[in-house]
Design a protein around this ligand. Structure first.
Ligand code: SF4
Length: 165
């Protein structure tokens, strides 16, 4: 994009804002960092499903960082990391730190099933993740089993405790 030099000040044309087809500004992005998950809820991943993307086709951290760096000057303010289950993506705190450091991104959050949150809560918070959203079908183990899901209330509680410390 061309720049104009006015005296000692380099003027850069304002980047065009991100808008949808209804003219609404886009300030929020849900970013899937993997299609994989450590659980197998039947309504999400059919039994025997093998159609996951190969990791080689995933965006690398450098590519994600560049994408968000391009979108932030165009109005993006909030990013939520999702999956699949985002915590199965290796070195996720590294990606979080990269995104949290991008000027204009003032809210970095995460949706998770919490199975790995006890191990990753501290590094994610240190990296700049401000909030987590924990998905739960039920707090009752019998209902969870009946729904064919493996969300585990105790694990979730453990993860939430870790986040609160
Ligand atoms: S925890 Fe979420 S992503 Fe994983 S299988 Fe269940 S619904 Fe799907």
């Amino acid at each position: 994009m061309p720049t104009k030099n006015r005296g000692n000040i380099i003027m850069r044309p304002q980047a065009p804002l991100l808008v949808d087809t209804f003219g609404r500004r886009i300030e929020y992005l849900r970013l899937s960092v993997t299609d994989r998950c450590d659980l197998r809820c039947t309504y999400c991943i059919p039994k025997g499903f093998r159609g996951f993307q190969e990791p080689a086709s995933w965006l690398r951290f450098e590519e994600i960082e560049r994408l968000i760096s391009i979108m932030a000057p165009r109005g993006l303010k909030r990013v939520r990391l999702t999956g699949g289950e985002p915590l199965v993506r290796r070195d996720l705190p590294d990606l979080a730190a990269r995104l949290a450091a991008i000027p204009g991104i003032d809210d970095l959050s995460l949706s998770t099933n919490a199975t790995r949150l006890h191990a990753l809560a501290a590094p994610l918070k240190a990296a700049g993740v401000r909030r987590v959203n924990v998905s739960l079908d039920s707090l009752r183990a019998d209902r969870v089993a009946a729904e064919g899901c493996r969300f585990h209330a105790d694990k979730d509680q453990y993860g939430r405790d870790a986040w609160s410390e």
